[in-house]
Design a protein around this ligand. Sequence first.
Ligand code: ZN
Length: 74
Amino acid sequence: MDDKKGKCPHCKKVIEELNIAKITLHDEIWGSPKGHTYTCPSCHIVLSAGFDPDEITAAIQKVVESALRKHLRT
Ligand SMILES: [Zn+2]
């Protein structure tokens, strides 16, 4: 067994792969962006969750573009 691979904290099986599912997050700053959960394929416990990086990049791009347009008008 490769001892560098982690084990699921719930079912204790060695994690060889993870399931990824799209979800909607609720955040005071970003609103309701898309995100992902990473779950154990054996017991389906959620091991991690996070923002969809493409969606956050697009949101930052919008804010920067809006600020630049506002700055260039004045
Ligand atoms: Zn598990």
